[in-house]
Design a protein around this ligand. Sequence first.
Ligand code: C5P
Length: 234
Amino acid sequence: MRNPIIVALDVPNAEQAITLADQVAPAVGAFKIGKELFTAVGPDIVRRIRATGASVFLDLKFHDIPNTVAKAVASAVRLDVQMVTIHTSGGPAMMRAAEESAQKTALQLGRPAPLVLGVTVLTSMDGNELAAIGCDSNVGRHVERLAKLAMDCGLRGLVCSPLEIAALRQIIPAHAQLVTPGIRTGSEKADDQKRTLTPKEAMDAGASWLVIGRPIYAADNPRESAEKILASLT
Ligand code: C5P
């Protein structure tokens, strides 16, 4: 079985990121580098994590005009990441440009194209927030609309909340990959994640990958925590 655990390296500097990655690498499938770490230390952290042989999910959620997003995705492909995120609300032309750029640049470099993952509605947004920006105030309906659009535009995966997995599996092709944060085992301290599933529940619902941050990096023993989560999936 492929290891579906992606550990979020939500730490402020390169040293902490490398230490954490070294600690948990044998028990996980990939690492997510997000805005905090990337903005603090730059693309070199991607190269350093890739140099350990680990896969990287670059979670910068690009949202801009198609030309700019295509160039940003090309830069991500040159960094040799395996997954990259864009906002589906950037629209069809932007999504198509991102996917085309991933395929074209990867072909030029002779490597597999990274998965360009679409982010639908941020889980921090509720119906009132959606209505305030002029969207359908029904969150589930808006997520489904953006998910279908992303598939029509050629994206091969989406980021979604654990509670959206089952509904999305009904409307997207079986080969589409779903990457899911909001995973909690039940044994960690309460935090800002409100709507969670356990790792096993999320996989059973149809997740392809689990993004896990605090349950691993804030544990007393991150390696042991990752191993326990992996064991819980079988
Ligand atoms: O620590 P925790 O397991 O909550 O970390 C989850 C990771 O997934 C964080 O990097 C967070 O930014 C990201 N994420 C999320 N919810 C989303 C999208 C991304 O928690 N809807």
